[in-house]
Design a protein around this ligand. Sequence first.
Ligand SMILES: Nc1ncnc2c1ncn2[C@@H]1O[C@H](COP(=O)(O)OP(=O)(O)OP(=O)(O)O)[C@@H](O)[C@H]1O
Ligand SMILES: [Mg+2]
Length: 358
Amino acid sequence: MTDILRPHAEQAYADELAALAGADDRERPAGWRLSPWAVVDYLMGTELADGTVITPKYVGSRRLMEIAVATLATDRALLLLGVPGTAKSWVSEHLAAAISGDSTLLVQGTAGTAEEAIRYGWNYARLLAEGPTEQAMVASPIMTGMREGRLARVEELTRIPSDVQDALITVLSEKTLPVPELGTEVQAVQGFNVIATANDRDRGVNELSSALRRRFNTVVLPLPSDAESEVGIVARRVTDLGRTLDLPQTDASEEIARVVTVFRELRGGLTEDGRTSLKVPSGGLSTAEAISVITNGLALAAHFGDGRLGPADVAGGIVGAVIKDPVADAVAWSEYLETVVRDRQGWKDFYWACREVG
Ligand SMILES: Nc1ncnc2c1ncn2[C@@H]1O[C@H](COP(=O)(O)OP(=O)(O)OP(=O)(O)O)[C@@H](O)[C@H]1O
Ligand SMILES: [Mg+2]
């Protein structure tokens, strides 16, 4: 286990999941490992009667998670929608881990995703040798989920070409996948459902057809509502990541607060005090990016500094995150730097560090 760079959620949180299952006396939908209530407790965090601490995975509205989980107990699939970095993939993985004990039935949506990734393909050597047989067929993650009564995940649904997306319609409405070559079909077992994620910004890449959209309940994951919760999310994830990457655990709170402040101000086009309006850079400046700016800073501090995270360690990462478009974003950034950062109390070092990398 220690050598694995990124264990699946069901491995990383196996203890929590087992403790929840042991304590869970509510009704479980057919094929579910936990009751819907316990799944939401797993996502939001709680303390069990025996003192086991369940860490929060999702920081935000409990109601949203209840809606997501309840959807999966119906015959409709779940679509998690939102701007980049709002924990869509993260929530999808944890839902599958908690409900099915398996988050690995995954279709990664790209422009090149073919119908085989959603239906089934063939092992061509066997197909040629034996003709179409059960053994020559290669099941897709969706087909495996149907057979075994588990959740299947589709990442970035709107990147998948429309005609391929349509292969999901029969699956979701009839809960069956015909295999004409064998004259059979695979009928979904209880416990099967689909969680898809899609990015707001990519809308228009490939629209979801209305026929497909009708098969999903959509839950929109918002950006963190206030700076405090965003700081909390970043701090928690940075600690987790630092542990896996063997980075020394140091106090990063000051720089986390700074990165979150910069990101929130630029994202909203307004300073915290509401006094100065700002140009909004083209990049998303998501919570996920804040996490990686801090993690990069920690690596810089550990390997090239004195181990303590300072303004100079995050400056490069911030500038890189903000300036996605070398022309327009550079203007927005330098305006922000000169009108806001320069004169802000306690931000002098950060200002000069940014000037140096910029
Ligand atoms: N509200 C939140 N609660 C907990 N973690 C969060 C939250 N928002 C963001 N994160 C963290 O942000 C990181 C990125 O999330 P994730 O990759 O799931 O984003 P995404 O919405 O799938 O983005 P994309 O559209 O780019 O695929 C994760 O490590 C996750 O822990
Ligand atoms: Mg994602």
